[in-house]
Design a protein around this ligand. Structure first.
Ligand code: DC
Length: 242
């Protein structure tokens, strides 16, 4: 089990999917669950502050995540009742709504079971905000991906541009900062690195360098487990520059 947490735009999805591919593991991006819930709620007219109805909806939410069926830059397909919502859940409105709906404790509780069931499926790389702290607190490998706000906004701008969406850097910085603030200050399962997470600074590093750094940690931790060493030590590493 590899837990990868970090703020929006820190590279969790890209890195997580590639790490999973190389380990022959299942990759699961938990943000997809909150995003899909936000989409269904907004389509059904459920306001983002209605914790009770959102939790009910979360109990019955049925989505399917699978390998990419179209070569359009997606890492995976997200299906909701036979509808391909892969890109629909990536709008800036859903960015905002997903962060709002995910702050309600009963919503998180309802979605926790689903995420833990996935974690029991053997080899899994799971990405989110609270994977190392709440969803898989026993994961032998916990990674926190760090990136500066400006760098994350630049990445988001590039991703949007690929889909023909133009948004100013200032606007993106403001949106990301607001989302970070909300995700990190909510009462339940706030976004934060687990005490035993290894922090990787991804600024000025390529995806390949970050992937390699994560894989090196996986190899090292596996060895530690074999030799009975303490796998919960606090460590901080940076990836090689070249
Ligand atoms: O990772 P993402 O940007 O797709 O996540 C969208 C929102 O979902 C994020 O702003 C907060 C919420 N989220 C969460 O609360 N816990 C997770 N494990 C993953 C996402």
């Amino acid at each position: 089990m590899v837990a990868i947490d970090g703020p929006a735009g820190s590279g969790k999805s890209t890195v997580g999917a590639e790490v999973a591919r190389r380990l022959g593991a299942l990759y699961f991006d938990t943000g997809v669950v909150y995003r899909t819930l936000a989409l269904v709620a907004s389509e059904q007219g459920i306001p983002p502050d209605d914790a009770g109805r959102l939790a009910q909806l979360a109990e019955t939410l049925s989505l399917r995540v699978g390998p990419p069926s179209i070569d359009d830059g997606r890492l995976y397909d997200v299906w909701l009742d036979g509808r391909d919502v892969t890109w629909v859940i990536r709008s800036s409105e859903i960015d905002r709504l997903a962060s709002l709906v995910s702050a309600h404790p009963p919503v998180r509780q309802a979605l926790l079971r689903l995420q833990r069931e996935l974690a029991r499926n053997g080899r899994v790389v799971m990405a989110g905000r609270d994977i190392g702290t709440v969803v898989m607190p026993d994961a032998p490998v916990k990674i926190w991906l760090h990136a500066s706000l400006e760098e994350r906004a630049r990445r988001r701008q590039r991703d949007l541009a690929k889909r023909g969406i133009v948004q100013s850097l200032d606007e993106l910085i403001a949106e990301l900062a607001e989302r970070d603030r909300r995700d990190a200050t909510r009462a339940v399962a706030p976004m934060r690195p687990a005490d035993d997470a290894i922090i990787i600074d991804t600024d000025n590093r390529t995806i390949e360098q970050v992937v390699e750094a994560v894989l090196a940690i996986v190899r090292e931790r596996c060895e530690c487990a074999e030799h009975g060493a303490d796998s919960h030590s606090v460590a901080s590493v940076t990836t090689p520059q070249n």
